[in-house]
Ligand binder design. Sequence first.
Ligand SMILES: *Cc1c(COP(=O)(O)O)cnc(C)c1O
Length: 389
Amino acid sequence: MGDVTHGLAPASGADRSGTKEGRAPQRPYLLLTPGPLTTSDTVKEAMLRDWCTWDQDYNSLVQSIRGRLVRLATAASPDAYTAVPMQGSGSFSVEAVIGTAVPREGKLLVLANGAYGQRIAQMARIYGIALSVLDFGETDRVEPEAVERRLNEEPDITHVAVVHCETTTGMLNPIAEISAIVKRRGKTYIVDAMSSFGGIPMDVHELRIDYLISSANKCIQGVPGFGFVIARVEALAACEGQARSLSLDLHGQWAAMEAGGGKWRFTSPTHVVRAFDQALRELEQEGGVEARYRRYQGNQQLLADGMTMLGFCSLLKKDVQSPFITAFYYPPVEGFSFQQLYDWLKEAGFVIYPGKISAADTFRIGNIGEVYREDIARLLQAIEDLRFW
Ligand SMILES: *Cc1c(COP(=O)(O)O)cnc(C)c1O
């Protein structure tokens, strides 16, 4: 395949060639994965400076990011919400919510249809939280009627958690329909929107979400290092002393940040935060969430249509498929090897993702990050060039 850096994503503003002297190191391949994903050179460059964690400059930056996150999450009622960043990967933030929001006498219902829903259930088990799991398997979406039945059967449930885009398969769950059922009964509503927030329009106030969780390295297109929770202030304020962990005490983190004007309780990932600030700017420059959603949708449609033309079948039906990541069955071709496809594409400048479900042999291709239609077109060409069927 020759020079693997040839023909990478076009520049949109900054020079993306990575070949200029003294610039960011070369990017050998595009990450077609659900995060960490390919970030812009300008996001990476934002990290080339050290920051003091208690200095005013840094703390004001944190406050600005928190404010912008809330406004991204809700135009309808920003005053009712707060954004709390938390060190670690996205799961740390999910765990901070589960371990802080559910009181000792509470009971959590987890709506699961993939690995990330199951992970929430596992967190609850470890914390000894009373738990009910409604498992829809791996390829069916969460059915609102089943949620309603379970809530009727177990009225002691106090909190309901669901994954918006179940990244295991790329499934988009119906969070608005579920909300109506959950909130009619006055339950607390927790949404893991890790791989969707910033990439699809939504309003936490309209959706009546109490806690929404996402992270720096998904649709906002920052680098990995922290997650964040968009919390309804009234709900979070009632959680003092409830956390089952010191480091993952969401209320403690929030209270310290409020008191300290943007100071994190413990050492914060300063470079990652600075990169995130730049990533938020670039989201605004692109035209906001609506514009990013359209780009992702365009990428995903081109990918799905192109793969169909090449003889691949998508795991999910179109009506539940998210615009972020797509799972494909292995083609029914003798001698097909995922490893061969993977190695070939890596050589061509693309890293794809193995499958994660147990019921079928699949692989996944993400289309979020600094990824454009031209990249998807080149990917499809590279797959066609392999011609192993
Ligand atoms: C990425 C992701 C997470 C968090 O995973 P980490 O590896 O901890 O960052 C959680 N839920 C979903 C749906 C995700 O896509």
